[in-house]
Design a protein around this ligand. Structure first.
Ligand code: IDP
Ligand code: MG
Length: 140
C-alpha cells in the first residue's frame, strides 16, 4: 500500500495535562511521520464547523465547549494505511472500550475528554487537513 495522510488533534484535555510530548512519542513509535504540526485554539464557529457532522447529537454542545476550552495541537500524519493505523493507535472513542496500549486507554478520562482526534475516511482526512493546513504546510 502507498503512503497515505491523515489528520490528528491532541485535544485540550491532553495539552492541559502536559501529555502532548508522550502522545507525540507514541505517534512516532507507531511509524508515523509528522508532516505538519501547529498549536492553535479553536473558536466556537471553528469547532462547530469542524464537528458539523455531529450537530444534531445530544453531546454536540458539550463537545464544542470542550474543544474550545484551551489550546490544541493539530497535525498531518503520514505512513502506509495512515487513516486506519491512526485510529488503531488512538483506540476506541470511549476509553472504557479502548484496547491496551492505545492513547485513549492510557490518557482519556471519558468518552468526551478522550485526548485525541483522528479522521475516519479518505474524504474526511482531506477535508480536515484542508481545514487547518495549506498546500505548502503539507509538503513535509
Ligand atoms: P471519534 O473521535 O472516535 O471519531 P466520534 O463519534 O466522531 O468519535 O465523536 C467525536 C467526538 O465527540 C469524540 O471523540 C468525543 O470527544 C465526543 N463524543 C462522541 N460520543 C460522545 C458521547 O456519547 N458523549 C460525549 N461526547 C461524545
Ligand atoms: Mg469521528
Amino acid at each position: 500500500m502507498s503512503l497515505e495522510r491523515t489528520f490528528a488533534i491532541v485535544k485540550p484535555d491532553a495539552v492541559a495535562a502536559r501529555q502532548a510530548g508522550e502522545i507525540l512519542a507514541m505517534i512516532e513509535k507507531a511509524g508515523f511521520r509528522i508532516l505538519s504540526l501547529r498549536m492553535t485554539r479553536l473558536t466556537e464557529p471553528q469547532a462547530k464547523g469542524f464537528y458539523a457532522v455531529h450537530c444534531e447529537k445530544p453531546f454536540f454542545p458539550g463537545l464544542v465547549k470542550f474543544m474550545t476550552e484551551g489550546p490544541i495541537i493539530v497535525m498531518a500524519l503520514e505512513r502506509e494505511d495512515a487513516i486506519r493505523k491512526w485510529r488503531e493507535t488512538m483506540g476506541a472513542t470511549n476509553p472504557a472500550n479502548a484496547a491496551e496500549g492505545t492513547i485513549r486507554k492510557r490518557f482519556a478520562t471519558s468518552i468526551e475528554r478522550n485526548s485525541v482526534h483522528g479522521s475516519d475516511a479518505p474524504e474526511t482526512a482531506e477535508t480536515e487537513l484542508r481545514f487547518f493546513f495549506s498546500t505548502a504546510d503539507l509538503l513535509g
